[in-house]
Design a protein around this ligand. Structure first.
Ligand SMILES: NC(=O)c1ccc[n+]([C@@H]2O[C@H](COP(=O)([O-])OP(=O)(O)OC[C@H]3O[C@@H](n4cnc5c(N)ncnc54)[C@H](O)[C@@H]3O)[C@@H](O)[C@H]2O)c1
Ligand SMILES: CCCCC/C=C\C=C\[C@H](O)C/C=C\C/C=C\CCCC(=O)O
Length: 273
Protein backbone atom coordinates (compact mmCIF):
# COMPACT_ATOMS: atom_id res chain seq x y z
CA UNK A 1 0.00 0.00 0.00
CA UNK A 2 1.21 3.47 -0.77
CA UNK A 3 0.70 5.65 2.30
CA UNK A 4 0.34 9.02 0.60
CA UNK A 5 -3.22 10.30 1.20
CA UNK A 6 -4.12 7.40 3.48
CA UNK A 7 -5.48 7.59 7.04
CA UNK A 8 -4.13 5.41 9.85
CA UNK A 9 -5.02 4.70 13.46
CA UNK A 10 -2.20 3.72 15.82
CA UNK A 11 -2.95 2.57 19.38
CA UNK A 12 -0.31 3.21 22.05
CA UNK A 13 1.18 5.94 19.85
CA UNK A 14 2.38 8.30 22.59
CA UNK A 15 5.83 6.72 22.83
CA UNK A 16 8.05 3.79 21.84
CA UNK A 17 7.26 1.72 18.75
CA UNK A 18 3.82 3.28 18.27
CA UNK A 19 5.35 6.74 18.00
CA UNK A 20 7.93 5.35 15.54
CA UNK A 21 5.22 3.81 13.29
CA UNK A 22 3.24 7.06 13.43
CA UNK A 23 6.21 9.21 12.49
CA UNK A 24 7.15 6.92 9.59
CA UNK A 25 3.63 7.00 8.14
CA UNK A 26 3.48 10.79 8.44
CA UNK A 27 6.80 11.02 6.59
CA UNK A 28 5.25 9.00 3.76
CA UNK A 29 2.26 11.34 3.42
CA UNK A 30 -0.39 9.65 5.58
CA UNK A 31 -2.61 11.27 8.22
CA UNK A 32 -2.52 9.54 11.58
CA UNK A 33 -4.82 9.35 14.60
CA UNK A 34 -2.82 8.64 17.75
CA UNK A 35 -4.69 6.76 20.51
CA UNK A 36 -3.21 6.38 23.97
CA UNK A 37 -4.19 6.13 27.62
CA UNK A 38 -1.29 8.46 28.50
CA UNK A 39 -2.98 11.75 27.78
CA UNK A 40 -0.14 14.18 28.58
CA UNK A 41 2.47 12.16 26.66
CA UNK A 42 0.04 11.63 23.78
CA UNK A 43 -0.69 15.36 23.52
CA UNK A 44 3.02 16.24 23.71
CA UNK A 45 3.94 13.71 20.99
CA UNK A 46 1.08 14.87 18.77
CA UNK A 47 2.12 18.52 19.17
CA UNK A 48 5.70 17.68 18.19
CA UNK A 49 4.56 15.70 15.16
CA UNK A 50 2.10 18.44 14.15
CA UNK A 51 4.91 21.00 14.16
CA UNK A 52 6.93 18.79 11.77
CA UNK A 53 4.18 17.47 9.50
CA UNK A 54 1.24 19.89 9.84
CA UNK A 55 -1.62 20.25 12.30
CA UNK A 56 -4.08 18.77 9.77
CA UNK A 57 -2.10 15.51 9.57
CA UNK A 58 -2.49 14.36 13.18
CA UNK A 59 -5.25 13.81 15.71
CA UNK A 60 -4.77 12.74 19.33
CA UNK A 61 -7.58 10.80 20.97
CA UNK A 62 -7.29 9.83 24.64
CA UNK A 63 -8.34 6.18 24.69
CA UNK A 64 -8.04 3.20 27.00
CA UNK A 65 -7.99 0.38 24.47
CA UNK A 66 -9.48 -2.03 27.01
CA UNK A 67 -12.66 0.07 27.16
CA UNK A 68 -14.87 -1.05 24.28
CA UNK A 69 -16.93 2.16 24.27
CA UNK A 70 -13.81 4.35 24.13
CA UNK A 71 -12.39 2.33 21.23
CA UNK A 72 -15.65 2.46 19.25
CA UNK A 73 -15.97 6.18 19.84
CA UNK A 74 -12.33 6.78 18.84
CA UNK A 75 -12.83 4.97 15.50
CA UNK A 76 -16.01 7.03 14.87
CA UNK A 77 -14.12 10.25 15.62
CA UNK A 78 -11.33 9.29 13.21
CA UNK A 79 -13.87 8.75 10.44
CA UNK A 80 -15.66 12.01 11.21
CA UNK A 81 -12.38 13.97 11.37
CA UNK A 82 -10.45 12.49 8.42
CA UNK A 83 -13.37 11.06 6.40
CA UNK A 84 -11.74 7.68 5.71
CA UNK A 85 -9.75 4.85 7.30
CA UNK A 86 -7.13 2.73 5.54
CA UNK A 87 -4.68 1.38 8.13
CA UNK A 88 -5.09 0.15 11.72
CA UNK A 89 -2.03 -0.58 13.85
CA UNK A 90 -2.95 -2.41 17.05
CA UNK A 91 0.23 -1.60 18.95
CA UNK A 92 -0.69 -0.72 22.57
CA UNK A 93 0.78 -3.26 24.96
CA UNK A 94 2.06 -3.81 28.48
CA UNK A 95 4.73 -6.14 29.86
CA UNK A 96 4.01 -8.96 32.32
CA UNK A 97 3.01 -7.82 35.80
CA UNK A 98 0.94 -8.99 38.76
CA UNK A 99 -2.44 -8.20 37.17
CA UNK A 100 -2.57 -10.95 34.54
CA UNK A 101 -6.13 -10.11 33.49
CA UNK A 102 -4.98 -6.60 32.61
CA UNK A 103 -2.11 -8.01 30.48
CA UNK A 104 -4.68 -10.16 28.66
CA UNK A 105 -7.09 -7.23 28.22
CA UNK A 106 -4.51 -4.83 26.78
CA UNK A 107 -2.39 -7.24 24.75
CA UNK A 108 -5.06 -9.55 23.32
CA UNK A 109 -8.68 -8.52 23.94
CA UNK A 110 -8.05 -4.97 22.72
CA UNK A 111 -6.18 -6.25 19.66
CA UNK A 112 -9.13 -8.50 18.81
CA UNK A 113 -11.47 -5.53 19.27
CA UNK A 114 -9.24 -3.19 17.24
CA UNK A 115 -9.09 -5.80 14.46
CA UNK A 116 -12.88 -6.22 14.43
CA UNK A 117 -13.40 -2.44 14.36
CA UNK A 118 -10.86 -2.11 11.56
CA UNK A 119 -12.70 -4.79 9.59
CA UNK A 120 -16.09 -3.17 10.29
CA UNK A 121 -14.93 0.15 8.88
CA UNK A 122 -12.66 -1.00 6.03
CA UNK A 123 -14.21 -4.25 4.71
CA UNK A 124 -15.46 -4.20 1.13
CA UNK A 125 -18.40 -6.39 2.16
CA UNK A 126 -19.48 -3.53 4.47
CA UNK A 127 -19.03 -0.77 1.91
CA UNK A 128 -15.40 0.05 2.77
CA UNK A 129 -12.46 0.30 0.39
CA UNK A 130 -10.31 -2.47 1.89
CA UNK A 131 -7.17 -1.72 3.85
CA UNK A 132 -4.48 -3.01 6.16
CA UNK A 133 -4.36 -4.12 9.78
CA UNK A 134 -0.96 -4.65 11.43
CA UNK A 135 -1.02 -6.24 14.87
CA UNK A 136 2.10 -5.82 16.97
CA UNK A 137 2.88 -9.18 18.55
CA UNK A 138 6.46 -10.07 19.62
CA UNK A 139 9.04 -12.85 19.30
CA UNK A 140 7.28 -13.92 22.50
CA UNK A 141 4.39 -14.81 20.17
CA UNK A 142 6.59 -17.49 18.63
CA UNK A 143 8.85 -18.50 21.55
CA UNK A 144 8.33 -19.24 25.24
CA UNK A 145 9.29 -16.43 27.60
CA UNK A 146 10.26 -17.64 31.05
CA UNK A 147 9.61 -14.30 32.75
CA UNK A 148 6.47 -13.55 30.79
CA UNK A 149 4.16 -16.58 30.42
CA UNK A 150 0.97 -14.51 30.23
CA UNK A 151 2.63 -11.93 27.96
CA UNK A 152 3.75 -14.80 25.69
CA UNK A 153 0.24 -16.31 25.71
CA UNK A 154 -1.28 -12.99 24.60
CA UNK A 155 1.28 -12.55 21.83
CA UNK A 156 0.74 -16.13 20.59
CA UNK A 157 -2.96 -15.17 20.49
CA UNK A 158 -2.22 -12.08 18.41
CA UNK A 159 -0.26 -14.21 15.92
CA UNK A 160 -3.13 -16.74 15.63
CA UNK A 161 -5.71 -13.97 15.22
CA UNK A 162 -3.72 -12.23 12.50
CA UNK A 163 -2.94 -15.43 10.58
CA UNK A 164 -6.61 -16.45 10.68
CA UNK A 165 -8.02 -13.12 9.45
CA UNK A 166 -5.10 -13.03 7.01
CA UNK A 167 -6.40 -16.00 5.03
CA UNK A 168 -7.76 -15.90 1.46
CA UNK A 169 -11.23 -16.71 2.81
CA UNK A 170 -11.42 -13.41 4.71
CA UNK A 171 -9.49 -11.33 2.18
CA UNK A 172 -11.95 -12.34 -0.57
CA UNK A 173 -14.74 -10.77 1.50
CA UNK A 174 -12.96 -7.84 3.10
CA UNK A 175 -10.08 -6.71 0.90
CA UNK A 176 -8.25 -6.08 4.18
CA UNK A 177 -4.76 -7.53 4.69
CA UNK A 178 -4.09 -8.61 8.28
CA UNK A 179 -0.50 -9.25 9.38
CA UNK A 180 1.50 -9.54 12.60
CA UNK A 181 4.92 -8.23 13.56
CA UNK A 182 7.20 -10.08 15.98
CA UNK A 183 10.17 -7.96 17.02
CA UNK A 184 12.58 -9.19 19.65
CA UNK A 185 13.53 -6.92 22.57
CA UNK A 186 13.57 -3.28 21.43
CA UNK A 187 14.83 -0.11 23.06
CA UNK A 188 11.62 1.50 24.36
CA UNK A 189 10.26 2.48 27.78
CA UNK A 190 8.70 -1.02 28.16
CA UNK A 191 12.17 -2.40 28.99
CA UNK A 192 12.80 -2.96 32.72
CA UNK A 193 15.68 -1.25 34.56
CA UNK A 194 18.88 -3.28 35.00
CA UNK A 195 18.67 -2.65 38.75
CA UNK A 196 15.45 -3.91 40.38
CA UNK A 197 13.94 -3.13 43.78
CA UNK A 198 13.57 -6.67 45.21
CA UNK A 199 15.87 -9.75 45.07
CA UNK A 200 13.18 -11.69 43.18
CA UNK A 201 12.82 -8.93 40.57
CA UNK A 202 16.62 -8.64 40.34
CA UNK A 203 16.87 -12.35 39.48
CA UNK A 204 14.44 -11.82 36.59
CA UNK A 205 16.13 -8.60 35.50
CA UNK A 206 19.56 -10.28 35.43
CA UNK A 207 18.23 -13.18 33.34
CA UNK A 208 16.40 -10.74 31.05
CA UNK A 209 19.45 -8.57 30.39
CA UNK A 210 21.69 -11.64 29.99
CA UNK A 211 19.27 -12.79 27.24
CA UNK A 212 19.28 -9.34 25.61
CA UNK A 213 23.08 -9.04 25.72
CA UNK A 214 23.45 -12.57 24.35
CA UNK A 215 21.15 -11.68 21.43
CA UNK A 216 23.37 -8.74 20.46
CA UNK A 217 21.55 -6.02 22.42
CA UNK A 218 18.25 -4.24 21.93
CA UNK A 219 16.74 -3.49 18.54
CA UNK A 220 16.54 0.22 17.79
CA UNK A 221 13.05 1.59 17.12
CA UNK A 222 14.24 2.51 13.60
CA UNK A 223 14.99 -1.18 12.85
CA UNK A 224 11.43 -2.15 13.78
CA UNK A 225 10.02 0.78 11.80
CA UNK A 226 11.98 -0.32 8.69
CA UNK A 227 10.29 -3.73 8.92
CA UNK A 228 6.91 -2.08 9.45
CA UNK A 229 7.27 0.00 6.28
CA UNK A 230 8.24 -3.11 4.29
CA UNK A 231 5.07 -4.85 5.47
CA UNK A 232 2.92 -1.83 4.61
CA UNK A 233 4.42 -1.57 1.11
CA UNK A 234 4.22 -5.27 0.18
CA UNK A 235 0.63 -5.98 -0.89
CA UNK A 236 1.48 -9.65 -1.41
CA UNK A 237 1.78 -10.15 2.35
CA UNK A 238 -1.45 -11.26 4.03
CA UNK A 239 -1.49 -13.36 7.20
CA UNK A 240 2.27 -12.86 7.25
CA UNK A 241 4.19 -12.97 10.52
CA UNK A 242 7.26 -10.75 10.30
CA UNK A 243 10.15 -11.45 12.67
CA UNK A 244 12.75 -8.82 13.51
CA UNK A 245 15.88 -9.92 15.35
CA UNK A 246 19.41 -8.65 15.84
CA UNK A 247 20.87 -11.79 14.26
CA UNK A 248 18.72 -12.10 11.11
CA UNK A 249 17.15 -8.66 10.69
CA UNK A 250 13.75 -8.80 9.00
CA UNK A 251 12.35 -12.14 7.84
CA UNK A 252 9.09 -14.10 7.94
CA UNK A 253 8.09 -17.03 10.11
CA UNK A 254 7.72 -20.05 7.80
CA UNK A 255 4.45 -21.98 8.09
CA UNK A 256 2.88 -24.95 6.32
CA UNK A 257 -0.51 -24.66 4.65
CA UNK A 258 -3.87 -25.60 6.15
CA UNK A 259 -6.83 -23.67 7.50
CA UNK A 260 -6.68 -21.15 4.67
CA UNK A 261 -10.25 -21.53 3.43
CA UNK A 262 -8.89 -21.42 -0.13
CA UNK A 263 -11.25 -23.81 -1.98
CA UNK A 264 -14.29 -22.23 -0.34
CA UNK A 265 -13.08 -18.68 -0.93
CA UNK A 266 -12.31 -19.30 -4.59
CA UNK A 267 -15.41 -21.41 -5.38
CA UNK A 268 -18.06 -19.45 -3.51
CA UNK A 269 -17.05 -16.20 -1.89
CA UNK A 270 -14.99 -14.69 -4.69
CA UNK A 271 -17.72 -15.18 -7.27
CA UNK A 272 -20.11 -13.12 -5.14
CA UNK A 273 -17.81 -10.08 -5.08
N1 LIG B 1 9.97 -2.96 23.17
C1 LIG B 1 10.03 -4.27 23.01
O1 LIG B 1 10.98 -4.94 23.43
C2 LIG B 1 8.94 -4.97 22.25
C3 LIG B 1 9.28 -6.11 21.51
C4 LIG B 1 8.28 -6.79 20.83
C5 LIG B 1 6.99 -6.31 20.86
N2 LIG B 1 6.69 -5.22 21.59
C6 LIG B 1 5.29 -4.76 21.58
O2 LIG B 1 5.25 -3.52 20.92
C7 LIG B 1 4.15 -2.76 21.39
C8 LIG B 1 4.61 -1.37 21.78
O3 LIG B 1 5.49 -1.50 22.88
P1 LIG B 1 6.64 -0.48 23.23
O4 LIG B 1 7.87 -1.26 23.37
O5 LIG B 1 6.60 0.69 22.33
O6 LIG B 1 6.16 -0.09 24.70
P2 LIG B 1 5.88 1.31 25.38
O7 LIG B 1 5.58 1.00 26.81
O8 LIG B 1 6.96 2.26 25.08
O9 LIG B 1 4.57 1.82 24.63
C9 LIG B 1 3.33 1.22 24.82
C10 LIG B 1 2.26 2.28 24.65
O10 LIG B 1 1.00 1.64 24.83
C11 LIG B 1 0.20 2.48 25.65
N3 LIG B 1 -0.82 1.73 26.36
C12 LIG B 1 -0.65 0.81 27.33
N4 LIG B 1 -1.83 0.41 27.80
C13 LIG B 1 -2.78 1.09 27.12
C14 LIG B 1 -4.19 1.12 27.16
N5 LIG B 1 -4.89 0.38 28.02
N6 LIG B 1 -4.84 1.93 26.30
C15 LIG B 1 -4.15 2.71 25.44
N7 LIG B 1 -2.82 2.73 25.35
C16 LIG B 1 -2.14 1.93 26.20
C17 LIG B 1 1.18 3.12 26.61
O11 LIG B 1 0.65 4.27 27.24
C18 LIG B 1 2.36 3.40 25.71
O12 LIG B 1 2.28 4.65 25.12
C19 LIG B 1 3.55 -3.57 22.54
O13 LIG B 1 2.45 -4.30 22.07
C20 LIG B 1 4.68 -4.50 22.93
O14 LIG B 1 4.20 -5.67 23.55
C21 LIG B 1 7.63 -4.52 22.27
C1 LIG C 1 12.03 -8.64 33.72
C2 LIG C 1 10.82 -8.29 32.87
C3 LIG C 1 11.16 -8.21 31.41
C4 LIG C 1 10.04 -7.62 30.64
C5 LIG C 1 10.42 -7.41 29.20
C6 LIG C 1 9.53 -6.42 28.64
C7 LIG C 1 9.04 -6.43 27.44
C8 LIG C 1 9.54 -7.21 26.34
C9 LIG C 1 8.75 -7.44 25.37
C10 LIG C 1 9.16 -8.10 24.09
O1 LIG C 1 7.98 -8.21 23.33
C11 LIG C 1 9.77 -9.47 24.24
C12 LIG C 1 10.40 -9.87 22.95
C13 LIG C 1 11.05 -11.00 22.76
C14 LIG C 1 11.28 -12.04 23.80
C15 LIG C 1 11.00 -13.41 23.27
C16 LIG C 1 11.44 -14.47 23.85
C17 LIG C 1 12.32 -14.41 25.02
C18 LIG C 1 12.95 -15.73 25.27
C19 LIG C 1 13.90 -15.66 26.43
C20 LIG C 1 13.21 -15.32 27.68
O2 LIG C 1 12.48 -16.18 28.20
O3 LIG C 1 13.43 -14.19 28.18
Amino acid sequence: MKLSGKVAVVTGAAQGLGRGFTEAMLQQGAKVALLDIKVLDGRKTTKELASQHGQDKVLFLPCDVTDKGQMESAFQQVLRHFGQLDVVVNNAGVSEHGNWEMVLDVNLRSVIHGTLLGLDHMSREKGGAGGLIINIASMAGLLPMFHGPVYAATKHGVVGLSRSYGTPFHFALTGVRVCAMCPTMADTPIQPPRVASTPEEQLKADAHWAYVDNQGGLLQVSEVVDGFLQLVADDSKNGAVMRITKQKGVDYQPYGGGGQGVPYASRNTRSKL
